[in-house]
Design a protein. Structure first.
Lengths: 63, 602
């Protein structure tokens, strides 16, 4: 998936992302994409976990 | 409420006047994108108004009678140009939108309402009371701009404060407070517009929500802070640079330079933004790096920013006073250095690596960083993972890292990350959408994480804005509100009641916006009278400033000692209290404000 320039929305956005995702699951690109996906999932889990901790702390302060 | 209903249309007219003046000034600078063209005119109009007000201030022309005709004429031009738009924008029909896109749009509308509610209340943010609004109030009363030596922050480039001053000239301080909010709203449109261009409507709505739908931005846009202006300048500079890099539009480079210079004319921090944009420009346009292109960026940037630095050079001999090359007295310089380095968790390389994690999980030390949306830090790196071969994304990320490094070594206040938010919001939206499209777990995380963060943010924003509802809807008087929200306001009321225009009070309280008596201060950090100054310095300070009264807090031991060097008579002890948190109604312990009359005999 690439960011399109200009106004070519038909080649961008979530539909294009989905298409790129499907393409990524096929053939030799599969191995290159998966680490990015795994890393992204790990980072998002860690990030949301840290934020949850922060918010719980904040609510504790309010309490 | 009636006032609020009048402020809003005047704010709309202000936008039209920026648009009108921008259309006149930038008639030959066009880009082939109708939305960006409109935003460019708005931004250039705002920058031009700031520079005009700056010039009028030094020419002693700060009168409503001078400003309002210009305002009305440019608003008329703006309305005419808008009505005759050759290429009107055609928003798509809401019926075609997906349900979650409608939810995001509704969320943004709700945030605009919360922001309008908060900004319609009397100004109560401490920094605004000290200088962001207090200095424009002084200039408006004096009909001119003058040096304010007791606050070193007033030597920062002041473009946004000039727009606040325009609001004072148009009506009052609340109208002035609308200027940063308008800048934030224009930035929101820029964020959504750019995201729409690169990835469509879904990304636009998501980027807009990430940027604007967060409690931090409600606070930032409605407290007379200036970072929304920096964000607009940075965002428009980046978008125009993109136009130059992607579509080879020469005007894009000139406009990127204008907005980079505009950032440098809003705060010294803007210099870092301008240099960062220049670095990204060099990377993106490396194949077309000619003297001509370099000048096309640099000349407009310098022209827009230079007046502020020349002013400081003339007043202090140092264009970057007081941050580079010094100029403050030793104790104030030490205090400033200490204050700037007091934010964050540390300055080691490990601390730098931990910044993202700490912004998410331990952000209080970054000065209200806990109210930042987590979505920037969570999803923007995901975009880097997915688009790591795209030179433009890499260049943007390089710029982000460069700026964050500068932020890290100077002062780690979350507010100063706001200029990055337009770019990060677009990257985060792209990252979230990419993750959602790549698998079930990714979709669940992206959707649930985004929804939860937006819900938490909305709750916190509603709590923050709700404190302003009683005074805006008229169930609480302005004085009651200010007693609850402004530190030491009872002391200010006493001074206003008991002193007159022939007096001049020296004080260490910060609520200067509401002080109607002529005043000076010892300096925010002892800029004018150091805390360790002795009898001779104290007496000459009082004589030089024409001080007739001194009002200090009883806990201020250094100032009390210095008062002992003078012939004074204690005339009042006024019970006051500081406000620790406006939202939580958290107050400090009761103190007395001691008011002394200075005897004429020596």
């Amino acid at each position: 998936m690439r960011i399109s320039g200009g106004f070519a929305r038909e080649t961008s956005g979530p539909r294009a992302a989905a298409a790129a995702g499907r393409a990524a699951d096929e053939g030799p690109r599969r191995r290159r994409i998966r680490p990015a996906y795994a890393l992204a999932v790990m980072w998002v889990v860690i990030g949301l976990g840290l934020y949850t901790f922060e918010m719980l702390n904040l609510v504790g302060v309010f309490g | 409420l009636a006032d609020c209903l009048a402020h809003v249309p005047l704010a709309g007219a202000t936008l039209l006047s920026w648009f009108g003046l921008g259309s006149i000034v930038s008639a030959r600078l066009r880009v082939d994108d109708p939305l960006l063209d409109i935003l460019n005119r708005l931004g250039i109009g705002a920058i031009t108004f700031a520079l005009l007000t700056f010039t009028a201030g030094w020419a002693r022309l700060l009168y409503p009678a001078a400003y309002i005709p210009v305002f009305a004429a440019t608003a008329l031009v703006g309305a005419t140009v808008a009505a005759r738009g050759r290429r009107p924008l055609r928003p798509s029909r809401l019926g075609c939108w997906r349900w979650w896109e409608l939810c995001l749009l509704g969320l943004l509308v709700a945030y605009v309402a919360l922001d309008v509610l908060a900004v319609c209340a009397p100004i109560s943010s401490p920094d605004a009371l000290l200088y962001h609004a207090a200095n424009p109030a002084l200039f408006e009363q004096a009909h001119r701009i003058f040096e304010v030596p007791w606050n070193s922050s007033s030597y920062e480039p002041f473009s946004v404060e000039m727009l606040v001053l325009d609001g004072f000239l148009l009506w009052d301080s609340v109208q002035g407070a609308f200027a940063p909010l308008l800048l934030a709203l224009v930035t929101l449109v820029a964020v959504m517009g750019f995201a729409d261009r690169v990835a469509g409507r879904s990304a636009a709505l998501l980027a807009g929500a990430i940027f604007f739908a967060q409690p931090f931005m409600v606070w930032e846009a409605t407290s007379v802070f200036i970072e929304s202006g920096l964000a607009l300048a940075a965002g428009l500079s980046a978008w125009n640079l993109y136009r130059f890099a992607r579509f080879h539009e020469p005007s894009g480079l000139v406009l990127a330079g204008i907005f980079a210079g505009g950032a440098a004319g809003m705060k010294y921090l803007g210099l870092i933004i301008a240099l960062t944009v220049a670095a990204v420009a060099v990377v993106l346009a490396s194949r077309r790096l000619t003297y001509r292109n370099a000048l096309a960026f640099a000349v407009p940037a310098l022209a827009v920013a230079l007046p502020w630095y020349v002013k400081n050079a003339l007043l202090t001999g140092n264009p970057f006073y007081p941050h580079v090359f010094g100029g403050l007295n030793a104790s104030a310089a030490g205090e400033l250095r200490h204050a700037m380095r007091s934010f964050g968790h540390g300055h080691s390389p490990l601390d730098f690596l931990l910044v993202p994690a700490r912004l998410l999980g331990d952000a209080k030390a970054f000065d209200a960083g806990e109210f930042l949306s987590p979505l920037f830090v969570v999803f923007a790196p995901v975009a880097l993972l997915y688009y790591r071969r795209d030179k433009r994304v890499l260049a943007l990320w390089g710029g982000v890292l460069l700026y964050v490094a500068a932020w890290f070594v100077t002062t780690q206040q979350a507010r100063f990350l706001v200029p990055l938010m337009p770019v990060l919001a677009v990257l985060a939206a792209l990252g979230a959408l990419a993750l959602a499209s790549q698998g079930r777990l990714g979709r669940v995380l992206a959707v649930a994480g985004t929804a939860a963060a937006l819900a938490v943010g909305l709750a916190a924003s509603a709590v923050y804005a709700a404190q302003f509802a009683p005074v805006v809807f008229g169930t609480e008087s302005q004085d009651e509100f200010l007693r609850e929200k402004v530190s030491n306001y009872e002391g200010v009321e006493w001074l206003n009641r008991n002193l007159g225009p022939q007096d001049r009070v020296a004080t260490d309280v910060w609520a200067l916006l509401y002080l109607q008596v002529p005043y000076t201060t010892f300096g925010t950090m002892g800029d004018l009278l150091p805390f360790n100054a002795g009898p001779q310095s104290t007496r000459s300070f009082v004589a030089r400033q024409g001080v007739t009264h001194i009002a200090i807090l009883d806990g201020d031991g250094d100032r009390r000692r210095q008062v002992g060097y003078l012939h004074v008579r204690l005339i009042a002890k006024v019970p006051v209290r500081s406000v620790q948190s406006r939202t939580r109604a958290d107050f400090g312990p009761r103190h007395d404000m001691l008011v002394y009359a200075i005897s004429q005999k020596r």
